[in-house]
Design a protein around this ligand. Structure first.
Ligand SMILES: NC(=O)c1ccc[n+]([C@@H]2O[C@H](COP(=O)([O-])OP(=O)(O)OC[C@H]3O[C@@H](n4cnc5c(N)ncnc54)[C@H](O)[C@@H]3O)[C@@H](O)[C@H]2O)c1
Length: 283
């Protein structure tokens, strides 16, 4: 199934990045956000993202200008009716996502695929009751979406096989590594990564090793491009704690639970790079 126009709902960090990726891949993109200031900020981020690609020599000026011209951004979600697929990237809460999917079902043609970029919620729970759960998939992009190559394509129990195949093909045609996964807590990457980062924090507490030493150990002993503490600071300690909590709720495995030290740091505003301080000081 040819996708054609892509709808993106939520023009925050992820939505703007996803819209940019889709524009660069040649799609017409209709993007919407409930907040007018978020629409303006999102468009600004997309334009800056395209300009950065030009500056790096990855896109020509002409291609970037043509990509920008394929974007419509609005607060009016009725505009999403033209889309072959709509990718949702709004706030990470179940109730607003469910309400949005029900309204997308009203606005979009019967064959439009509805996708969620959720990291930690159940795709099945978002899809349930929306009117077309068999046409709902997870498309889990990673931050920053224009740079990170992976998209986890999440399969629920009820998704139509053709819809899932189209979603996989769509993600691959964006130039991404499209990895199919089941709708289980944390999908694949977070299911593996979250407990490792939590283990690193607990190992620091138990052994007295510093974040620097643990990071050096994992870089030079395990071949990691970046150590677990540098990675946690980059992801954001609040984002990591939130995902950790959600996966712990889903699986009830101790290693998934956010360590007390992590929670204290989040409460103290030590959120990592974006806050200027986390396990490392960036000031
Ligand atoms: N930030 C990350 O690292 C990351 C990575 C992967 C997935 N995700 C997921 O992507 C989604 C978005 O995350 P984000 O970091 O971009 O959030 P964000 O807060 O930067 O952006 C969310 C946007 O959604 C808009 N919004 C909220 N409710 C809305 C509604 N009902 N209708 C229309 N617009 C609405 C807000 O105005 C805001 O602009 C979440 O589900 C998150 O879990 C985030």
């Amino acid at each position: 199934m040819a996708i054609g126009t892509v709808g993106v709902v939520g023009l925050g960090t992820m939505g703007a990045g996803i819209a940019q990726v889709c524009l660069e891949a040649g799609h017409v993109v209709v993007a919407s956000d409930a907040a007018p200031e978020a629409v303006a900020a999102g468009v600004g981020r997309i334009e800056a993202g395209l300009a950065k690609r030009v500056a790096k020599g990855l896109l020509t000026d002409e291609v970037a200008t043509a990509a920008r011209a394929r974007l419509t951004a609005t607060t009016d979600s009725a505009a999403l009716g033209a889309a072959g697929i709509v990718i949702e990237a709004i706030v990470e809460e179940l109730a607003p996502k469910r309400a949005l999917f029900a309204s997308l079902h009203e606005v979009c043609p019967a064959d439009t695929i509805l996708a969620t970029n959720t990291s930690a919620l159940s795709v099945s729970a978002i899809a349930a009751g929306c009117g077309r759960p068999e046409r709902v998939v997870g498309l889990h992009f990673f931050n920053p979406a224009p740079l990170m190559r992976l998209v986890e394509v999440v399969r629920t129990e009820v998704v139509d096989a053709d819809v899932f195949a189209s979603a996989l093909a769509f993600a691959a045609a964006l130039g991404k590594e499209a990895v199919p996964c089941a709708d289980t807590p944390g999908f694949l990457v977070n299911r593996l990564l979250i407990p490792i980062l939590n283990d690193a924090i607990r190992a620091m507490e138990e052994t007295g090793a510093s974040p620097e030493d643990i990071d050096r150990a994992m870089r030079f002993g395990a071949g990691w491009p970046m150590g677990p503490f540098a990675l946690a600071d980059l992801v954001g300690l609040d984002v990591h704690a939130h995902a950790s909590e959600a996966i712990w709720r889903g699986l009830r495995e101790e290693r998934m639970a956010p360590p007390a030290r992590l929670q204290r740091m989040v409460e103290a505003g030590l959120l990592g790079r974006k806050a200027g301080r986390g396990f490392y000081d960036y000031s």
